[in-house]
Write a protein that binds this ligand. Sequence first.
Ligand SMILES: [Zn+2]
Length: 89
Amino acid sequence: MRRDERTCKMCNEGQVEDVEIFLLHCNGLAEERKEMVRVMIEIMEGWQEMEGKDKVVCVVDKACEIGRVRREVERLYKNVWIELEARPQ
Ligand SMILES: [Zn+2]
């Protein structure tokens, strides 16, 4: 399947699934994302106003340095994997 054909199945909004969608936008992960967003705003001034790609870079960057961020990213991705595993092959 081509990359641009893989639309997100967790929200059915027709968005192409990629790291940015999962990390920042998908409504199917809104609950799981809350704490990560809260922590990012707390530790990094101006994060919320950044462009999506820059936000992602900062989250990954902080996840390497700070355990709290890493745990939240892991929590988010755990839900992504559960969803992907459940799909018919
Ligand atoms: Zn989605």
